[in-house]
Each structure stands twice: as structure tokens, then as C-alpha cells.
Design a protein around this ligand. Structure first.
Ligand code: ADP
Ligand code: MG
Length: 293
């Protein structure tokens, strides 16, 4: 493409609310064959709401369980954490002031020492590593919602299982359809479990699912997609997806929520949370390449 066409293309993208950090990315956008999309906060809104907390066995009462949960989650910035803290506060639970050793357990969850007790919170991967099993009585009760199941334990003993609901973004299905019309393959990458991922996939259609991933698995999948499919993009929240964004030929991030981190780690930044902008910039890249702009 001519420098003038590239400059026009970047300006045009800016008018669509998309920041493209250099002309070379417009070329890559034109050639993109495959787009990997993070699930939580990208294909979904990432605004969780607690739907159930179910005590397991004759352990502790719910107020007490919420106390352990909220005490740890008040230290976490994961989108699930805010929902749990809010839920507990609505039940008049006040988190502990004695929370130490807060840790993120990569791809699994979080842990901390609360009032001298080790509290561990996380997903199925954490639960199976610790030998905890689901009660089987918990799950999504609304067809439009997507349930994520969590486990919480104290001093290695399972206390409760909880479920949180998130919504697939309103425009996600349309965004996926238009990318597919542009012959871009779509892959969903997530640290969440396969059932939740399949549930999201069923609301989108035609998306290949990769679930239960650690951040390094996301990087490996991006490398495989580059080898097998060709030019590959990745869109994520820019926080725990930074290595995968960097591994892709072009990294996308979006929205004000991701803020500075997302803007820094991405090559293409969508200023509004609207996934339809992806298809628009891919076709823009193609028009610039053929100088039809
Ligand atoms: P994801 O993109 O799925 O959020 P992460 O690597 O951030 O990937 O986390 C992996 C999984 O660990 C999450 O899907 C969630 O199930 C669990 N997890 C992470 N942080 C927390 C937290 N603060 N509370 C409960 N579970 C968490
Ligand atoms: Mg994430």
C-alpha cells in the first residue's frame, strides 16, 4: 500500500474508535487468517453476579463461609472477586482485617491466610488438585446466562461451591459472524472450564473452543495457530493475557476497563467495548492494501 493509503487507513480507524499503532499492523490486519479471543471480559461482559453459594457437608454456616470468601477476594482484582465481595457485603458480611500471604494461583484461583487459616478459592483445576469434588447440585438456571463454578476451602478442607453468572456480549455473535464472512477463523481461549466455554460457544456458533488453559497454554496455542492457519491475531484483557497478546502477529485490547495495561500491551486498541469493530478494521486493512480507500 502507498503511505498515503496507510495514513488514510489509520485515520479512518481512529474515526471508528480504533487506535492502530503503526502502518505495519494495517497490513497484518489485511492478511489475518485467524483470531484468538479470550472469553472472560472479551466475549463476555466480565461483570459477574453471584447466583448461589452452597455449603458442602456440615462445615460452617453461609455467613462464615462468605466471610472467608470476601476476606480473600477483597485483595483480588479478578472480575469474579468484585462480585463475591459485593454479594457478601449485601449479606452484611465484613471482611477480615487480618489477611496475609495473598497469592494468585496461576490458572486456578487465589489463596490467602485469613485470621490464621489458609483459604483457597478457585476453579475445577484447583478443586481436582486439592481433591475436592463438586456436589453436582449447582449450575446455570437461566438459558441466557453462563455459569462459572468456583470452590472455596479452609485449611485444605472444602467448605462450599458457588456459581457466578456472566453474560455473553450483546454484539458478540454478530461480530463473530462478520469475521467469519471475512474468512477469519475464530478460536476462544479461556482458563475457565470446558462446560462454561461450550455454553458461550453455543451462543456464538462456529467458534473453536480451547478451555482450562494456563497463560503459557494460551501462548502455545497462538504459536500453533500461526504455524497452521497463518497470520493470527489475539484479543484479550491485556492483564493475564499479555504473553499471548505478545505472541500473536497482532494483539488487540479493548475498552476503558482494561485501561492503561490494555492500551500498552496491544497493537490495536478498541476504545469502546464493541467487538464489531474487529471486522470493520479487518476489512479496512484489506481496502487499504488494494488501495480502495
Ligand atoms: P480467565 O481468563 O479465565 O479469567 P485466569 O488465568 O485469570 O483466566 O484465571 C483462571 C481461572 O482461575 C478463572 O477462570 C477462575 O475460575 C479462577 N480464578 C482466578 N482468579 C480468581 C478469584 N479471584 N476468585 C475465584 N476464582 C478465580
Ligand atoms: Mg482473564
Amino acid at each position: 500500500s502507498t503511505p498515503v493509503a496507510v495514513a488514510c487507513g489509520i485515520q479512518h480507524a481512529a474515526r471508528l474508535g480504533v487506535v492502530i499503532k503503526g502502518g505495519s499492523y494495517l497490513e497484518i490486519l489485511a492478511k489475518i487468517k485467524c483470531l484468538a479471543m479470550d472469553k472472560t471480559g472479551t466475549l463476555t461482559e466480565g461483570h459477574f453476579r453471584v447466583s448461589e453459594v452452597v455449603a458442602v457437608g456440615e462445615t460452617e454456616d453461609l455467613q462464615q463461609i462468605l466471610y472467608w470468601l470476601a476476606s480473600v477476594e477483597s485483595r483480588s482484582s479478578h472480575p469474579m472477586a468484585a462480585a463475591l465481595v459485593t454479594y457478601a457485603s449485601l449479606q452484611d458480611v465484613v471482611p477480615s482485617k487480618s489477611v496475609t500471604d495473598f497469592q494468585i494461583i496461576e490458572g486456578e484461583g487465589v489463596s490467602a491466610v485469613v485470621d490464621g487459616h489458609l483459604i483457597e478459592i478457585g476453579n475445577a483445576r484447583l478443586a481436582s488438585r486439592l481433591g475436592w469434588s463438586n456436589t453436582g447440585s449447582i449450575g446455570s438456571s437461566f438459558p441466557t446466562q453462563t455459569a462459572t463454578i468456583g470452590w472455596v476451602g479452609k485449611d485444605h478442607q472444602l467448605l462450599a461451591v458457588f456459581s457466578l453468572e456472566d453474560h455473553v456480549r450483546e454484539e458478540a455473535a454478530e461480530a463473530v459472524r462478520s469475521l467469519k464472512r471475512l474468512n477469519v477463523q475464530i478460536h476462544m481461549l479461556t482458563g475457565d472450564n470446558n462446560e462454561t466455554a461450550q455454553d458461550v460457544q453455543s451462543k456464538l456458533g462456529g467458534v473453536t473452543v480451547h478451555a482450562g488453559l494456563l497463560p503459557q497454554d494460551k501462548v502455545r496455542i497462538i504459536q500453533e495457530l500461526k504455524e497452521n492457519a497463518g497470520v493470527t491475531g489475539m484479543i484479550g484483557d491485556g492483564i493475564n493475557d499479555a504473553p499471548a497478546l505478545a505472541a500473536a502477529d497482532v494483539g488487540f485490547a479493548m475498552g476503558l476497563a482494561g485501561s492503561a495495561v490494555a492500551m500498552e500491551t496491544s497493537d490495536v486498541f478498541l476504545m469502546t467495548d464493541d467487538l464489531r469493530k474487529l471486522g470493520l478494521v479487518v476489512s479496512l486493512g484489506r481496502r487499504v492494501r488494494t488501495k480502495v480507500i
